[in-house]
Design a protein around this ligand. Structure first.
Ligand code: 13P
Ligand code: ZN
Length: 274
């Protein structure tokens, strides 16, 4: 038995590879974090090495104090995670103030957590609160068709949500709150972390203009499924636009969206309906 035999680690590694197989992780693109349960932290503890030094962050989340996260490494390729987990991913422990971490397993040979750890961290904080503690996964991918859409549509939550809802019938059921859109910003820092986590107070997905997608979820299946659904819908949207040379003969109407919501028992974000 070793760290990577633990069930949550198997799920984590599988998700990194699934994203790679989808073509969302060119080079070191994209990153994944998972907030471990207390039981999982106990099961993992025997495999921890000597903890490394504390690293202070310029973001803080008191509700994440003492938590353990699995994270991908900065500059690491998600396609390599399955081959050598301890070099490409690691586990970090958050300090009591919720503004620092130390590596307790993995990230071997001087690796560091993803450069997007500030965004992951603040997203975990707001989604933990918004979900009553059930949210555990934050995932960033360079989803090709979502990125393409950010060159075509106005960068508003409403425009993106409506386009995605209307591009596949299951979409309003999968993300009834809609998606948030963050304008183009320099990645990897506190500012984009704050802007993204603000969107995550309302939505469980946020689009980064000309960059990619952030999604959240209670488990790997749900988070990956959300990214997959959004990405597929984005692909349908631009294919329809391109195929019809900008003309759409018919679409899912607002009344149709309301009918889906009624029959599937979900509450759609009314701000996005006419
Ligand atoms: P990292 O290699 O630091 O995770 O960065 C990849 C990325 O997608 C930045 O947005
Ligand atoms: Zn990125």
């Amino acid at each position: 038995m070793e760290m990577t035999d633990l069930k949550f680690m198997q799920g984590y590694i599988r998700m990194c590879n699934d994203g790679w197989l989808q073509g969302w992780h060119e080079r070191n693109g994209g990153n994944l974090t998972y907030r471990m349960t207390a039981k999982e932290a106990e099961a993992a503890r025997p495999f921890f090495g000597a903890p490394r030094e504390w690293v202070e962050m310029d973001v803080q989340a008191k509700n994440l104090a003492g938590e353990f996260f699995v994270t991908t490494g900065s500059g690491k390729y998600l396609r390599n995670v399955v081959l050598s987990p301890a070099e490409n991913i690691g586990i970090v422990e958050i300090n009591a103030a919720g503004n620092g971490y130390r590596i307790v397993w993995g990230l071997e040979n001087g690796a560091k957590p993803t450069s997007e750890f500030p965004t992951h961290f603040l997203n975990h904080s707001v989604r933990k609160t918004a979900s009553g503690g059930t949210n555990r996964v934050i995932y960033h991918c360079h989803a090709t068709n979502v990125i393409a859409l950010t060159y075509l549509l106005p960068l508003t939550d409403r425009d993106f949500t409506r386009a995605l809802w209307q591009s596949a019938t299951e979409c309003p059921v999968v993300f009834p709150a809609g998606v948030g859109v963050v304008p183009w910003m320099v990645p990897g820092g506190r500012e984009i972390a704050l802007a993204t986590s603000k969107k995550m107070e309302t939505y469980d997905a946020a689009v980064w203009a000309q960059h990619g997608l952030f999604v959240s979820g209670p488990d790997f299946d749900t988070a990956f499924g959300l990214a997959h659904t959004i990405e597929k819908s984005a692909e349908i949207y631009w294919k329809v636009l391109a195929g019809g040379q900008g003309k759409i003969r018919q679409t899912i109407t607002d009344d149709d969206l309301r009918a889906i919501a009624r029959d599937f028992g979900v509450t759609l974000n009314e701000a996005f309906l006419d």
